[in-house]
Each structure stands twice: as structure tokens, then as C-alpha cells.
Design a protein around this ligand. Structure first.
Ligand code: CA
Length: 368
């Protein structure tokens, strides 16, 4: 068995053990629950790409830290730093890779400069939705590939959140055809930005916390961020008139928890199991949070703030899709590991699309 697969299987077994440990509650003085470790205590710093406690993203990071601290009875205590508090939002990867912090919460598509294949573990344009990402990562071989890639950087990754389908973004001009996109300076990270660049947009990558000011000052003309829940929190409706959907660029981005490999290796097995289980619980919890909050925020944006919601024209979506598919093939051709990831991802996407045409899509259409 190859090492990545072996490690993954160990992690899965450990997660089941942690689920049992979460329910275990032995009185003190009786030796504690089985596998309670060797009594060592750990204190970790968590760096994130989000403002401290920012709805959805920052809250998930905080909850993850609190769950690990609480369920370990304080044996592993995790302190959260918002983006820029200990390191800048886009230096989370390097900080955890170096061990400046033991743990981080971010999004793999920010690290496409580290490796071409990184965005596949978060979101690629016209890729997978949240449910499909979970299927690929946990039961379709995706997480094994992700662990293989991050091992090069001394990192151990876990899926730890998903926003669900995002919105295409905020504009101050109507988008009626491709020509309306040309020349726009737009905040859009990951491969979505590369696709936009091929269609004449000037893509900019900014941390979330800088978007409002950039749009207000005219440093950028348009932006995508997440969806109603998060966009309302940043007040993007105050600096842009139109909000477009669907979020072709991020159909179900997986957020990541990454751990410095030597820190991970230093943990006793029961704490490893507990961290794995906490990540998986946050992965579910964040999607539930977004699902519950997005529609409430949508009503507020539409009815109170009079935002004009528009669907991107079919012609524009078709051009985005064609350009996206060509970009993914181009990336696969540039690097052998990226080729492996693309092939695995694309095969899974084809299969799951056939199933979801008869299940999710057919149901949504039938429900109306
Ligand atoms: Ca986004």
C-alpha cells in the first residue's frame, strides 16, 4: 500500500475513534477514557486568511479552535489569529509550512503559485458543488492526492468548511455580453481570475477585508466575494449596484485546515483522531451555516437595499465555461502531478454529473 493511502486509512480509522472519544466522559481519577494519551499538553497558534470572527469563514475557524480545545479537555488548546494579526492573510500557507504557526485555516486556491494543482482541492471554475467536493475528497481519492501534494510543503491538509455555490460578483455596469467585461478591474482569485483574464478582464487578488475600500475608491471596478451572507456583512451593496449569479468560478469551495507536519507528528494518536473529527464536523457545520444564512441575507439585500440581481447571460456563461475547460486542460499539460489530479477530478466530475442530472438537478426542476 502506498504511504499516502495508508496514512489516509489511518486517519479515517482515527476519526471513528475520535467520534467515540467525543462522547466519552470518564470521571477524573479513574484514568480517563481509553487512549487519553500520555498527559502532554499542547498549545497551538492558528493563523487564518479571514478577519477574526467574520461571519461564516472566521466563525468556522474560531469554532474549529474551540472544538479542538474543548473536546481535548484543554490538552490541545488552539488560539486563533485573524488575517494580518500574526501573518498577512495570504501568508498562512508559508507560516504553517515553516512552523511559525502549527495550524491554519484558509483556502487551497490561494496557493496556485505554490503548485498548479492546489486549486482543485478548493474550487475550480465549473467544477464540483459542496456535496460533490465532499464525495470526491472523502470517498473518491481526492484527499489522498491533496495529502500527497501538501506533504511536499510539510503540511497535512483537512477539508474544514464549504460555502456552497457562490455568486458571480458585484458590478456597477450591466453585463449584457462579453464586451461589457473587457477592461474591468475585478477582484477574483484562483483560476476564475485566469479565466476572466483570457476574456479581457484585469483580475486582482485582494483579501476579503480590503475589498470594500478598493471598490469604493475605484481601485477595482467589480468584485466577487462569496454570497449574500458574507457580501452583506462587508456592505458590498453600498458600493455596487448589480449582483450577478451563478458563481461559475466557485461552485462549492472547500476551505482547508492545514497542520505543520512535525506538530501533527508530535500529537498522540487520540488527539490526532480528535483533530480529524473536529475538522470533519466543521466541514459540515459551515455549509449548514451558509445554507441557513444566505437566503435571509438575500431577502435583506433585495427588499431593504434594493440590489438588482441578474443572471449572467447564456452567451457569457458559455464563453466562461469554454475558456475554463481549456484552462484546466492547459494546467494538466504543464505538470505531471497536475495531470494526475486533473484526470482524477475530471473522471469523477463526469460520473457525478450523470448521477446528479437524475437526482439533484431533476429534483430541483421538479420542485420548481
Ligand atoms: Ca469567492
Amino acid at each position: 500500500m502506498d504511504p499516502a493511502r495508508r496514512k489516509l486509512l489511518l486517519g479515517a480509522g482515527a476519526a471513528a475513534g475520535a467520534a467515540a472519544a467525543l462522547g466519552a466522559c470518564a470521571p477524573s481519577g479513574e484514568g480517563g477514557p481509553a487512549g487519553a494519551g500520555d498527559g502532554r499538553r499542547f498549545s497551538w497558534k492558528m493563523v487564518t486568511s479571514w478577519p477574526q470572527n467574520f461571519p461564516g469563514l472566521g466563525v468556522a475557524a474560531r469554532k474549529l479552535a474551540e472544538r479542538i480545545t474543548a473536546t481535548s479537555g484543554g490538552r490541545l488548546s488552539v488560539r486563533v489569529f485573524g488575517g494580518g494579526e500574526l501573518v498577512p492573510p495570504f501568508e498562512v500557507f508559508d507560516a504553517v509550512s515553516r512552523g511559525t504557526a502549527e495550524i491554519g485555516h484558509s483556502a487551497a486556491y490561494y496557493w496556485k503559485g505554490k503548485h498548479e494543482a492546489a486549486p482543485f482541492f478548493c474550487s475550480v471554475p465549473f467544477g464540483l458543488n459542496a456535496q460533490e467536493m465532499n464525495g470526491w475528497l472523502w470517498h473518491g481519492g481526492g484527499l489522498e492526492l491533496w495529502r500527497e501534494l501538501y506533504a511536499r510543503f510539510d503540511l497535512v491538509p483537512f477539508p474544514a468548511g464549504n460555502t456552497g455555490v457562490q455568486m458571480a460578483g458585484w458590478f456597477n455596469r450591466e453585463i449584457t455580453n462579453l464586451a461589457d467585461l473587457r477592461g474591468l478591474k475585478m477582484r477574483i482569485p484562483g483560476l476564475g481570475g485566469e479565466v476572466m483574464a483570457k476574456l479581457g478582464v484585469v483580475p486582482v487578488n485582494l483579501p476579503g477585508a480590503e475589498i470594500f475600500t478598493a471598490l469604493q475608491s475605484g481601485a477595482i471596478d467589480a468584485t466577487e466575494w462569496v454570497g449574500p451572507y458574507n457580501d452583506l456583512a462587508f456592505g458590498l451593496h453600498r458600493v455596487a449596484r448589480y449582483c450577478y449569479f451563478p458563481g461559475w468560478q466557485e461552485p462549492g469551495p472547500t476551505l482547508e485546515c492545514m497542520i505543520h507536519k512535525p506538530a501533527w507528528d508530535s500529537l498522540p494518536e487520540d488527539l490526532k483522531a480528535l483533530v480529524a473529527a473536529c475538522c470533519q464536523s466543521i466541514n459540515d457545520d459551515m455549509l449548514a451555516d451558509y445554507t441557513a444564512q444566505n437566503h435571509r441575507a438575500l431577502v435583506a439585500l433585495r427588499d431593504e437595499h434594493k440590489v438588482e440581481f441578474r443572471r449572467l447571460p447564456d452567451q457569457v456563461l458559455a464563453a466562461l465555461r469554454e475558456t475554463s475547460e481549456a484552462l484546466l486542460v492547459e494546467i494538466a499539460g504543464r505538470d505531471p502531478f497536475a495531470r494526475r489530479v486533473y484526470d482524477a477530478f475530471d473522471a469523477y466530475r463526469r460520473e457525478v454529473r450523470a448521477w446528479h442530472a437524475m437526482s439533484e438537478v431533476a429534483f430541483y426542476q421538479a420542485r420548481g
